[in-house]
Design a protein around this ligand. Structure first.
Ligand SMILES: Cc1cc2nc3c(=O)[nH]c(=O)nc-3n(C[C@H](O)[C@H](O)[C@H](O)COP(=O)(O)OP(=O)(O)OC[C@H]3O[C@@H](n4cnc5c(N)ncnc54)[C@H](O)[C@@H]3O)c2cc1C
Length: 815
């Protein structure tokens, strides 16, 4: 029995690949002596021991690709560093496509990956067949090859990370179970183990598929659920060529890893089998699940079509092991908003070995520096919604989540399972009007409206999808008459009290000490000047403010707000999102439409842009806010939820004769991109500052008392930033932009598209993206270059601008 220290700085729970990588990286940063890792059984006993060990570098986004690229580099050198073998083999990997769409997906991924110097080669089927001579290649359309991908021994690599951690002073104890998380004064304060308490400043949940239950016991949401994951290992095949690459055939759900003389064949099938519905047993160590030959047989048959050699060999091992999956197939990293001091690194969706290096590295920085080292919103645990702890929701989503790894990653793809969680009061009215819904943070939101005779269902493609025309009509209605948007999914917070103005003044970069009835667009910055949130603040009275922000950032923004309200301030803040509905009427006819329903003076003199009032509207009282995200005259109407159906009916009655149409979120996106309005999480994140983002106009530089992030910004004020957000309009009207496409300036790659959409008024695809240059980027630099945007490995000429492509003076907003 080890005798545990009574107190350490950092306790890591779980000794899989992820926990050991975190310990290793904390040690690398010099904090090893402050780290205690506790593993219930022996290292790797959870999911890690049976992983296939593939380490690929191509991920869905730029930053996740960077982290996977880092992992591969780390594993490449880890044996030399620690003296512990890792089994790392740089075999390369080949992903094949059997349809044009899949090939486009692979090429778009290849374009993105090149941004960071990843060696990715696009090849035709005959070249691919030379690399993998066992492969049937006649039905292939193309392939991409990453020569520096490979595989490791997951047990070996974990032990190498643990050895490196110990070499750096970390203490690792096996055979110690954490039974609960300790908390004091609203912060994590240690763990209780089966061998007594250990006090700590920081507790990190690296407990894999047990991470959900462990977190829930501390009131923290870590939404993940286990699913069965299958692979087989063949008998020895003497004729197996040496140096085969890893093969991925996503259209057949299959991956194939070469082992000495054998092949390991695994699957991410479309419909998975969730596991562990009654909780994952604590004594499940080095465990596996019963075979399910019936489930595997059709998958094996499909794999044999790609590799006919499988028809001629026996199977030595049928393997079925559990792994945890998250609702959006991305892992969960960072400090839990519910419990400061409690960090999470869990839910690795079957890529935990290839993610462990990068995730451990950035989480170590996050813990030691108090903030993430780069934009990690893709995987940030603050995107988890409280309802996502619901067991049935998780189980039902897991059926789909495993298969999404290899499913087509269509633009605008929506999940099919666990839907209908959060609905606006007018949901059924929108459905009856032909709404096709998408999901954000559990909300069902109308993305577009199917005209009569058309089904409200997506037909996905990389080109113009079936809703393109319908959304274009909504877009035009907003520009020419009016559109009615249901924006009930907005998160809304109320901040009230005698000190509300002072507290918010410090948190907001813009000036919010305004007269009641003013609406202020502002960012919340961190101490480094990075943008943590992008939202509006409406002063409703001397002591009461309403904050409106995006659905996706409800938890994150509210946690930021709470954290930064001084504990001794006379102020209360609450999350009122579920209390309010929002209907927005936007477009040149919006004034006429509302005038039919309210006695209020809506003229420019009576109701100027940037103001808000509580007004009579139909039979309700609503907070009307004259603001826009689409670049037209318009009002957001916020009301207690139960009034929304009545107000909606009245708006339709008044609006229809004036050409108002229902409009969805796809139209909202095409409208906002023509105005170059930024979208937090894509165009602006915590690693971008307002100067780089072109949002200096929303910074109240000289306000009394300053604001969080001011000093960092001031140090950069007046200097050329090394990156600048610009708008790009493709010269050719045909190609579409989504995001992540590289931006070339005069033949050099200078950035990538952070968000893209077709602008129906401009008639071209438009992208926002940063132009970077180490000597600084000013307006002349941005507009003087010759630009191309790389789409699926081809380059499309584009024009860059720093002014919005539509209504650059904002005249229409103030009309
Ligand atoms: C069949 C299969 C094949 C896979 N193939 C690959 C692949 O090719 N490439 C890849 O990248 N990934 C692969 N994966 C996924 C990979 O195995 C996982 O993502 C990864 O191992 C997760 O590591 P982890 O450290 O998060 O979890 P785990 O390895 O499960 O570690 C968590 C540890 O926490 C311990 N623990 C839990 N609760 C407590 C407690 N209360 N107190 C103390 N200790 C506790 C557990 O005992 C366990 O050891 C595969 C998974 C499966 C199932």
């Amino acid at each position: 029995m080890p005798s545990l220290p009574g107190r350490v700085r950092i306790v890591i729970v779980g000794g899989g690949a992820v926990g050991c990588s975190l310990a290793y990286h904390l040690a690398k940063r010099g904090a090893g002596a402050e780290v205690l890792l506790l593993e219930r059984h022996r290292l790797t006993a959870g999911t890690t021991w049976h992983a296939a060990g593939l380490v690929g570098q191509l991920r869905a986004t730029q930053n996740l690709t960077r982290l996977a690229q880092y992992t591969t580099g780390l594993y490449r050198g880890l044996e030399a560093e620690t003296g512990q073998a890792t089994g790392f083999r740089e075999t390369g990997s080949l992903a094949v496509a059997t349809t044009a769409a899949r090939f486009e997906e692979l090429r778009r991924g290849a374009s993105m990956a090149r941004r960071f110097g990843l060696d990715v080669q696009v090849m035709d089927p005959s070249e691919a067949a030379k690399l993998h001579p066992l492969m049937e290649a006649r039905d292939l359309v193309g392939a991409v090859y990453l020569p520096r991908d490979g595989h490791v021994g997951p047990i070996d690599v974990t032990h190498a990370l643990a050895k490196g951690a110990r070499m750096g002073g970390a203490r690792i104890e096996e055979g110690v179970s954490v039974t609960s998380i300790l908390a004091e004064n609203g912060r994590a304060s240690g763990v209780m183990t089966d061998q007594g308490p250990v006090r700590a400043e920081i507790v990190v949940n690296c407990a894999g598929m047990w991470g959900h239950g462990l977190a829930a016991s501390a009131g923290v949401t870590v939404p993940l659920h286990a699913a069965e994951h299958f692979y087989v290992v063949t008998e020895t095949m003497p004729e197996l060529p040496p140096n085969l690459p890893v093969l991925r055939d996503p259209d057949l759900f299959t991956y194939v890893k070469p082992e000495p003389g054998k092949l390991l064949v695994g699957w991410f099938e479309a419909r998975a089998k969730p596991w562990g519905m009654g909780g994952v047993p604590a004594d499940f160590a080095f465990g596996h699940l019963p075979d399910d030959v019936e489930h595997v047989a059709p998958l094996l048959e499909a794999a044999s079509r790609r590799l006919p050699i499988l028809n001629r060999t026996g199977i030595r091992l049928f393997f079925n092991g559990p792994e945890s999956f998250t609702p959006d197939d991305r892992y969960l990293l960072g400090e839990a908003p519910e419990l400061p001091g409690f960090y999470v690194a869990a839910g690795f969706n079957s890529i935990g070995i290839q993610s462990a290096g990068g995730a451990g590295c950035v989480l170590a920085d996050w813990i030691l520096d108090g903030h993430p080292p780069m934009d990690l919103w893709d995987v940030d645990v603050r995107r988890a919604m409280p309802f996502q702890r619901n067991a049935r929701y998780l189980r039902d989503r897991t059926v789909e989540a495993l298969g999404l790894l290899y499913a087509m990653h269509w633009p605008f793809r929506e999940p099919e399972t666990s839907r209908g969680v959060r609905r606006s009061p007018i949901h059924d009215k929108l459905a009856a009007a032909g709404a096709c819904f998408g999901e954000v943070a559990g909300w069902e939101r109308a993305n577009w409206f199917a005209p009569a005779g058309m089904k409200a269902e997506y037909e996905y493609s990389y080109g113009r999808q079936n809703w393109f025309g319908a959304s274009a009509a909504e877009h035009r209605a907003v520009r020419e008459a009016a559109g009615l948007f249901d924006q009930t999914s907005f998160a809304q917070f109320v901040v009230e009290g005698a000190d509300a103005e002072a507290a918010l003044s410090r948190i907001c970069a813009n000036h919010v000490a305004v007269a009641p009835g003013r609406v202020v667009y502002t960012q919340w910055l961190n101490e480094r000047g990075g943008i943590e949130a992008d939202l509006t603040v409406t002063r409703e009275s001397d002591t009461r403010f309403r904050i409106v922000t995006a659905a996706a950032t409800q938890v994150r923004d509210f946690a930021w707000l709470r954290k930064h309200l001084p504990s001794d301030a006379r102020v209360a803040a609450w999350d009122a999102s579920s209390a309010y509905a929002t209907l927005s009427v936007m477009g040149p006819k919006s004034r006429d439409i509302l005038a039919a329903l309210t006695p209020e003076d809506l003229s420019n003199a009576g109701f100027p842009f940037g103001t808000a009032k509580e007004i009579d509207l139909a039979y309700a009282r609503v907070w009307a806010t004259r603001i826009t995200y689409v670049g037209e005259l318009g009002w957001e109407l916020h009301m207690p939820a139960e009034y929304a159906p009545g107000v909606f009916d009245a708006l339709i009655e008044a609006g229809a004769p004036l050409g108002m149409r229902l409009a969805g979120y796809h139209a909202l996106n095409s409208l906002r991109i023509e105005k170059a309005y930024r979208h937090w999480g894509h165009d602006i994140t915590d690693e971008d500052d307002p100067i780089q983002a072109g949002l200096g106009f929303a910074v109240a530089w000289d306000k009394r008392g300053g604001f969080i992030g001011r000093d960092a910004l001031l140090a950069r004020r007046g200097k050329k930033p090394t990156r600048r957000l610009a708008t790009f309009i493709l010269d050719d009207p045909a190609p579409l932009l989504y995001h992540n496409e590289p931006i070339w300036r005069d033949g050099a790659m200078v950035g990538h598209v952070t968000s893209g959409m077709f602008g129906h008024t401009v008639g071209r695809a438009i992208g926002l993206g940063y132009v970077g240059h180490e000597d600084g980027v000013d307006a002349a630099f941005v507009t003087s270059g010759r630009y191309q945007i790389e789409v699926a490995c081809g380059r499309v000429p584009a024009t860059a601008t720093l002014t919005p492509p539509y209504d650059p003076t904002g005249a229409r907003i103030r009309a």
